[in-house]
Design a protein around this ligand. Structure first.
Ligand code: SF4
Ligand code: SF4
Length: 461
């Protein structure tokens, strides 16, 4: 089955009436109906897109809005895959490619504490056994979220960067050819391990293994895969994990884009866990199938490389604002990828909103101590330093293609990164942070390419 045939299999072109409902109801674009109808025809015919390929944030809502279950989101991914084959990926995207030089994990090595490095080293066993917790590439950036927790006593934690979250974030950007290769590599690794069950910390990875890889890419598996939040609820119900303290926060919940997969199976369990910890939930205007993206997905629909990071932060800023408007004291994310991005945005926009991973709330309820918020703030500025360094480097670099999906030792040779160290050192001071934030906010309206949503388009869910 070639790429196009595979995607025809998931986007049902025959059932699509070209009604335009999908892009008309899209919480990001809200296109007028005639423009939405024109856009779906353009995408189906492979003609130039006027709106979607340049402004979509990969939030997945359109799949929920299609009355005939045609899966327009999968059509968007197919068209992005075509674009990738034509023009490659933007230089800045090497940030999330562990096999490329100047990726985020390689550069973050400079900033990890010795404790964090020790956890990660332990999690990188190539021959794990028993029940596996897939830590994932993004919690690798924030290993303190789960590092010292008794939750890990139930598992063998595994964190292998060139599993690429089982292809989840490349899939979201439409890099479908690469995802297929990654899926095969992950399936082969998992099948070789003497594994009882695999529990991905991330719903996105759960969905990749249980649906996208077998159904869209013909990569089936024969091991048991369990959703982390379902696992946790079961343990709490059986009193095998005790909630010793009432956390007592008022929180709002960020539903990530992948949580919209699977017909809503991922929305309730995190809320139930948060309630059990004694927190009160105040919902945002856009939740569940209408939830707005954390910003990460805005990088998928790029046109001008210089605008990518500003677009991402612009969308993240909108999400922060919506969370602040609820009046809740904290936002809870159940995705590590959204978490690091939202923390970066929090620092750049000077928000006072607390942001937690669901696991951190759970740990507080278990009576575990967190180094909060200090370590999050420090890590956010480490990441801002890395992003700044990469942006400067990108001025001298062009688009690229991912040629390797497996990491080699050569790629992880210790590097000095003098420029990065310098930026990081400067950004440790409050004065430089203040100047940086001011500069960022001045540049944002000039360099972003996404249109800010008009107020009337921000419909209530
Ligand atoms: S994935 Fe989200 S942002 Fe993209 S077109 Fe669909 S609804 Fe709109
Ligand atoms: S994908 Fe669905 S909602 Fe979109 S135009 Fe086709 S039938 Fe209408």
């Amino acid at each position: 089955m070639n790429e196009t045939e595979r995607n025809r299999h998931v986007f049902n072109v025959d059932a699509c009436t070209r009604c335009g409902e999908c892009f008309h109801r899209c919480p990001e674009l809200s296109l007028p109906l005639d423009a939405a109808q024109d856009e779906i025809k353009r995408l189906i015919d492979g003609r130039e897109s006027r709106h979607v390929l340049a402004h979509c944030t990969t939030c997945r809502s359109c799949n929920h809005f299609c009355p005939y279950d045609c899966k327009p989101y999968q059509l968007i991914l197919e068209r992005w895959n075509d674009l990738y084959n034509k023009r490659g990926a933007p230089y800045i995207y090497r940030f999330v490619c562990p096999t490329m030089d100047l990726n985020i994990w390689q550069m973050l090595e400079l900033s990890l504490t010795s404790k964090e490095k020790a956890w990660i080293e332990k999690w990188q066993s190539k021959d794990p056994q028993g029940d596996i917790l897939l830590i994932g590439n993004y919690v690798h950036l924030l290993p303190f979220v789960v590092g010292e927790s008794a939750l890990l006593d139930h598992f063998t934690p595994v964190d292998i960067l060139d599993h690429w979250e089982c292809g989840a974030y490349l899939y979201q950007g439409g890099y479908l050819d690469m995802v297929k290769q990654i899926g095969e590599k992950c399936r082969n690794d998992f099948s070789r391990w003497p594994v009882k069950r695999i529990v991905p910390l991330l719903d996105a990875v759960h969905w990749m293994i249980t649906d996208v890889l077998p159904n869209e890419m013909n990569i089936a598996h024969d091991f048991e895969v369990v959703n982390f939040h379902q696992w946790l609820l079961e343990k709490i119900d059986r009193r095998e994990i005790l909630l010793k303290q009432n956390v007592g926060l008022t929180v709002t919940i960020h539903d990530n884009c992948y949580s919209k997969a699977g017909g809503g199976q991922y929305w309730d369990a995190p809320r139930e866990i948060i309630r059990r910890t004694g927190c009160e939930i105040i919902e945002m205007a856009h939740i569940r199938e209408n939830a707005l993206c954390c910003g990460f997905g805005a990088g998928a629909s790029w046109n001008r490389p210089m605008s990518i990071l500003f677009d991402i932060m612009d969308v993240a800023g909108r999400k922060l604002k919506e969370a602040e408007d609820t009046g809740a004291g904290a936002m809870v994310s159940y995705c590590g990828g959204c978490l690091y991005l939202l923390w970066t945005a929090r620092e750049l926009f000077g928000s006072k909103l607390d942001i937690y991973h669901l696991v951190e709330i759970q740990r507080m309820a278990m009576g575990e101590k967190l180094d909060y918020p200090e370590i999050h703030v420090r890590r956010a500025w480490d990441l801002i330093a890395i992003i700044t360094y990469l942006m400067i480097r990108s001025l001298f670099g062009g688009n690229f293609r991912i040629t390797e999906i497996s990491m080699t030792d050569r790629q992880w040779k210790p590097r000095r990164f003098v420029g990065l160290r310098l930026i990081r050192l400067m950004l440790r001071t409050k004065a430089m942070q203040y100047i940086y934030k001011k500069g960022f906010r001045l540049l944002l309206p000039l360099l972003r390419s996404k249109r800010p949503l008009p107020a009337h388009q921000l419909r209530k869910a």
